[in-house]
Design a protein around this ligand. Sequence first.
Ligand SMILES: [Zn+2]
Length: 296
Amino acid sequence: MKKLLALILAALLGIPACAFADTVVASFFPVRLLAEKLLRGCDDIVLTSLSDPQTGCLHDYTLTSGDLRKLTDADLFLINGAGMESFLEMVFDAFPSLPVADASEGIDLLPSESGETPMNAHVWLDPLQALQMCRNMAESLKAVFPDRAAVIEDNLALTAEELTSLDAELREGLSSLARRDIITFHEAFPYFARRYDLTVDAVIALEPDEALSAGTLAALMKQVVQLDYPPLFTEPQYPSLAAQVIHQETGAPVYELDPCVTPSEDSADIHYYEEIMRKNLAVLQEALGYTATERH
Ligand SMILES: [Zn+2]
C-alpha cells in the first residue's frame, strides 16, 4: 500500500518511479552474494550493499551518511548477524519500522577470541550455514514480497542443491590430508574448520586492522615451531607482511585463503561463492598434503 501511494505521488509530482522500486539492502558483500542467489529472475527487485563491496568484513565499521541514505528506500534490510553489524542500534533508531532479516538466526555460534564481539560472525564460510542463511533470508523476502514467493522458493531449492553439493565436494576433498591444522590471518575460518574437521592452531591478527606488535609476532613464531610448522594463510583483503616475516624466520609455508568478503571482476557470477570455496579447497589440499622439508 505504501508503495502504491508512493507510485501515485511520484506520477503526480513527476518523480521517476524507479526511486520507489522494490529495494533490498544487504549489510555487506557475503550477504548480498547469497541474497543474489535467492533473487535470480527478480530483476524488478533492486539488491544493493549497504557498505562499499570492497569494505570486506565489517570489523570496526562506521556507518556513513551515504550508507544510511540507502536504507531510506529499503523494503528489507538483510544482515549477517552474530555481531558483524556493530552499528545495528543506530539503524534501528533511524528506521524503526524497517524489516530486518538476521541471516544467522538459528546457527550454532562459536565464541570469538577477539575483544570485538562475543561471538564469531564469519558464519557464511561453512556452506551448510550459508544455506541456513539463505533459508532465513528467503523467509523474510517472501514475507516482504509475497507476489514473488514462488520464484524465491524455487531459487532456494536451487541454492540448496548448489550448496549441499559444494559441501559434499569439500568433505570428500578434505577427508584425507597429511595434516589438519592451519594458522589463518584473522578469525574468519573457525566455522569452516568445524564443518571439515580442521584445527585452527592460531590466528595472526585477532584485530585484523591493527598492526602486530613485535611481541605477538615473536610468540606466533615460537608457536609455529612448537606446532611443527603448520601452513600459514594470508587473505587477499589484508596485508601479508606478518605471514611473510614468520615464513622467513621459521620456514613455515604461506598460502592464501579467501574469506569471500570482497568481489572480484567475476563476482557478478551467481556461482562466485562456490568458485571461491573450490579455490580454497585446492589451496588447502596443496597446503595440508604437504610434508615439511624446508626447515631452518
Ligand atoms: Zn572478518
